[in-house]
Design a protein around this ligand. Structure first.
Ligand code: ADP
Ligand code: MG
Length: 593
């Protein structure tokens, strides 16, 4: 350990001299209290250190010691169901250690509990040859997730000793004989957060991550292993979208990073998630969730680290062969932390004061998403799907954080303040949003859900687009200028918006819609349109069709039909055809007479 001396303190930035032996990205203990910091710039013997705790009370002359190690996280049993701060300090243990609800400074608690014992089952035997990523055993971490204990990245050799039974994360469970000598393996590994964990091969994302949110799954799907951004002004519904995906998305592991937003949103998560039952397992969703909280009242520098802490934990579960979804709410707050540190370093500011490397930092983060073949001999596949909220001031998406994000992610869910104001939720604007996975996912849906899925989807989307131009005409010359066919289009587009796109996150049935149900609901609306078009051609008046109130009401209420009763939606479809047939034959009857 090398010791230097503080020269200057500027908020979360500390400059220390006498640090010639330190390296950039080394973790330091700053001041007499030993606050945790990380070197972010070296100039000669001067180190600029971003400090992850409040720096009041430290000043020039105080000591700084480096640990010689980069900022790292502990990976092993005990991650799930936990809540950590941005540098992976467990928040409940921290508060206990500090005996208060406020974080005291300089308290050091290990990230993973050192006392708790886990039941380890081996899957290798003495004499087995192992390489990085190979699984040596398992720990049933929660009722739904089994951790696979893997050979660390830089270790390869022959199993010399393998144990079984109850162990803490620091007990040796295995000894591997390597070319460089014996290597002791514990249930826990460490990994530097700013470096992506290695994998064997990157794969192309093809299958959708199913979220149960109709506007997303049907129109703007995200692939498992893909990346999406949710930009929107305050109150537009970014947090609700992220919560919904955390609750209902079909990822096996959820990492939720609350990053610079209000603390009560994290409290909501803490109150809600344990109560929520995962539809697949019937267990609390917390059993597959890791929470990282660096809310607005917590030190700003740790916010910068929080997304890396989160994605490194995500990569660890990916490496076991799990599908992981990581939410970051909000990446704008993260970028502001980056801007603040850059300003204090007196770097040359770029666009709107953000550092010139903003874009590459954002890319570094999202590039860690993906679907991969993991290291290890069993060729297991794992994935990370990354979803980031962006909160541009005033909702103006031309600002640098949104633009840099959109350059790298393939899905854009653009939240619209007007839609939110009209209480159209989720307020994802169907005219501006996009998913570059839509074509690939279409193929998957046609194969796995129903062969005409993509036809229905495209027909619906073009109706929504036609609606926008028809409304323009109506605005100019009034609705009477439209043909009955065009007025029908407006009615159906309205039905798609209100009966399909609008989805109430707080309604116990509406909150989640399976793909099967989405297909049936959409088919119902589109077949109503097709039948109505036939009727118009046969001379039925639009008003007569619109007067089929009972049927139209059933279409509108199909979102509230529980998953066990989907036949009811098909029944409506049958009944609507019968009703329209009646209308058509009534015309036919008149003509015949
Ligand atoms: P943001 O994070 O963009 O500031 P929130 O996600 O907190 O906005 O959403 C603001 C409010 O909008 C929520 O408290 C809720 O009342 C409403 N809302 C958003 N999405 C939905 C939804 N899908 N269903 C019902 N209400 C919603
Ligand atoms: Mg929010």
């Amino acid at each position: 350990m090398k010791t230097g001396t503080i020269i200057k303190v500027s908020g979360p930035l500390v400059v220390a001299g006498g640090m010639e032996e330190a390296n950039i990205y080394d973790v330091c203990k700053v001041g007499k209290m030993g606050l945790i910091g990380e070197i972010i710039e070296m100039r000669g013997d001067k180190a600029s250190i971003q400090v992850y705790e409040e720096t009041s009370g430290i000043g020039p002359g105080d000591p700084v010691t480096t640990t010689g190690e980069p900022l790292s996280v502990e990976l092993g049993p005990g991650l799930l169901e936990s809540m950590f701060d941005g540098i992976q300090r467990p928040l409940d243990a921290l508060m206990e250690a500090a005996q208060s609800n406020f974080l005291k400074k300089g308290i050091s608690v290990p990230s993973l509990d050192r006392e708790r014992k886990w039941e380890f089952k081996k899957v290798v035997e003495i004499g087995d040859e192992v390489n990085p990523g190979d699984i040596i055993g398992t720990v049933q971490e929660t009722t739904v997730i089994m951790q696979k204990i893997m050979v660390p990245y830089d270790v390869a050799g022959k199993i010399k000793e393998i144990k079984e039974g109850q162990f803490t994360v620091i007990d040796t469970v295995c000894i591997i004989e390597t070319a460089k000598g014996d290597k002791e393996v514990t249930l826990m590994q460490k990994w530097p957060v700013r470096k992506g964990r290695p994998y064997a091969t990157k794969l192309n994302p093809i299958a959708p991550m199913i979220t149960g949110q109709r506007v997303i799954d049907t129109f703007f799907p995200i692939a498992t292993g893909g990346a999406a951004a949710v930009p929107g002004p305050f109150g537009a519904g970014k947090t609700v979208v992220q919560h919904q995906i955390a609750k209902w998305g079909d990822a096996e592991i959820v990492i939720y990073v609350g990053c610079g937003e209000r603390g009560n949103e994290m409290t909501d998560v803490l109150n809600e998630f344990p109560e929520l039952k995962d539809p697949k397992t019937g267990e609390s969703v917390m059993k597959r969730t890791v929470l990282i909280a660096n809310t607005s009242n917590m030190p700003v520098a740790a916010r910068e680290a929080s997304i890396y802490t989160g994605i490194t934990i995500g990569e660890y579960f990916r490496d076991m062969g799990y599908s992981v979804a990581i939410m970051a709410d909000s990446t704008s707050r993260w970028a502001e932390a980056l801007r603040e540190m850059s300003g204090r370093l007196e770097e040359m500011p770029g666009d709107e004061g953000y550092p010139a490397y903003l874009g590459s930092r954002i890319a570094d983060y999202y590039e860690r998403a993906g679907k991969v073949i993991c290291l290890g001999k069993d060729q297991r596949e794992g994935s990370i799907t990354a979803i980031g909220a962006v909160s541009p001031a005033g909702g103006d998406i031309s600002e640098p954080v949104t633009q840099s994000t959109l350059r790298i992610v393939k899905v854009f869910w653009g939240l619209d303040a007007n839609l939110a104001y009209q209480r159209h939720f989720p307020s994802i604007d169907w005219l501006t949003s996009y998913s570059l996975y839509a074509d690939t996912v279409d193929g998957w849906m046609d194969k796995n859900i129903k062969e005409d899925w993509s036809i229905l989807r495209k027909e619906s989307m073009s109706l929504l687009q036609d609606e926008a131009s028809l409304q323009e005409i109506v605005r100019l010359v009034g609705v009477d200028a439209l043909s009955e066919q065009d007025r029908l289009k407006l009615e159906i587009a309205k039905s798609i918006r209100e009966d399909y796109l609008q989805q109430n996150a707080f309604h116990e049935v509406d909150t989640y819609t399976s793909l099967n149900k989405q297909y049936r609901m959409l088919k119902l609306i589109i077949e109503f349109k097709r039948e109505a078009e036939k009727a118009l051609e046969a001379g039925v008046y639009l008003n007569e069709i619109l007067a089929l109130e009972e049927i139209r009401d059933r279409i509108a209420r199909s979102k509230y039909i529980v998953e066990e009763d989907l036949a009811k939606i098909d029944k409506t479809n049958v009944d609507l055809k019968a009703e329209i047939k009646k209308l058509i034959s009534s015309k036919g009857g008149l003509q015949d007479a």
